[in-house]
Design a protein around this ligand. Structure first.
Ligand SMILES: C[S@@+](CC[C@H](N)C(=O)[O-])C[C@H]1O[C@@H](n2cnc3c(N)ncnc32)[C@H](O)[C@@H]1O
Length: 314
């Protein structure tokens, strides 16, 4: 296992927090408020929230055991923070209208990418794992070696947005009939050798690895569940801020936020009439906030980030 120190050879910090100022500014933190960081990672956003609290409280979730161990050590002296090594769907354990602010900074942390043994990187050789939490059992290796041709095509089309994965899936099926495909390098080589043309702009394995990661961690379903719960957990005037990193995530955030901020027609059988029920939430930004060029230059991984913010008003 990779040793965790504040510095590692790939990044100046373990994980450089993305859109940090924008996220903290939008939370408008009250020093006695209660906050929830659903993806605390290596504590970039959590640290800034804590700095602004006096009697307030912060609750931190992360399903990555390594991140939670680090957080517990890093915040050992902070009395007003609690950690949960759980999937963020576990936030439903809180009672309604509990939080002044909730944040999600989705996806994987940089250490997961930089640690070859986690299997997230197509640039490093390691086992085809891709689990964010070792408590779960489905791995990318199982999917690649056991799912049917149709299932693999669907996964790469739906979650990797690859138009025609057929040749690569056929090669995977041929290879695995001889020997199990067990490493990121083997899979990456299959993808590269079956992708015509150069790939200066984007590595051809990127979308395939994204698709597998989404399925291994059931990322889109847990996001839908947790966002719906989060809206209910906000106090009046409370803020929910979500940073997403690819279009499938952002689409879910956008749809859930747009729906929550629309007034709805409801049928009142006593009158009987249709009445307008005013929305209980308002969008803070119609268009998502994006990192500045300076931030992208400092941290290439921020490039695709989008921050959407919604406030409870009723
Ligand atoms: C982009 S990182 C967050 C980094 C953090 N904001 C920081 O500044 O260090 C995303 C984190 O969310 C965690 N994560 C992703 N999906 C999760 C889920 N469904 N439940 C709990 N944690 C999750 C990952 O383990 C990862 O540590």
């Amino acid at each position: 296992m990779m040793k965790i120190t504040m510095q590692n050879k790939h990044t100046s910090l373990i994980h450089i927090p993305v859109l940090l100022k924008e996220t903290i500014d939008c939370l408008n933190i009250k020093s006695n408020g209660t906050y929830l960081d659903c993806t605390s990672g290596f504590g970039g956003h959590s640290s800034k929230i804590l700095e602004n609290l006096t009697t307030g409280k912060l609750y931190c979730f992360d399903q990555d055991e390594i991140a939670i161990k680090y957080l517990k050590r890093h915040f050992a002296n902070a009395k007003n923070v609690k950690f949960f090594n759980q999937n963020f769907t576990g936030i439903k354990q809180f009672p309604e209208k509990t939080f002044d602010g909730i944040i999600f900074d989705l996806g994987v942390n940089s250490l997961m990418f930089d640690d070859s043994t986690r299997g997230f990187s197509y640039n490093l050789n390691g086992p085809l794992d891709m689990r964010m939490s070792k408590q779960t059992s489905l791995t990318a290796q199982y999917i690649i070696n056991h799912y049917s041709k149709q299932e693999l095509n669907n996964i790469f089309q739906q979650y990797g947005e690859v138009k025609k994965p057929y040749r690569i899936v056929d090669t995977i099926l041929n290879r695995r009939a001889k020997n199990a495909i067990t490493t990121t390098k083997q899979l990456s080589e299959i993808i590269c050798s079956n992708t015509p043309g150069s790939f200066i702009r984007k590595h051809p394995a990127k979308q395939y690895f994204q698709a597998l990661r989404i399925v291994v961690n059931d990322e889109l379903n847990v996001l839908k569940q947790a966002l719906t719960t989060s809206l209910k957990l906000l106090k009046i005037n409370g803020i929910l801020a979500v940073i997403s990193f690819h279009s499938l995530e952002d689409r879910i955030v956008k749809q859930i936020f747009n729906n929550a901020s629309k007034s709805h027609d409801i049928y009142d059988s006593n009158v009987p009439l249709y009445a307008q029920k005013k929305a209980c939430y308002q969008l803070i930004n119609k268009k998502p906030l994006r990192p500045s060029l300076a931030e992208i230059n400092r941290n290439k991984r921020s490039q695709s980030a989008k921050l959407r913010i919604i406030q409870r008003i009723g």
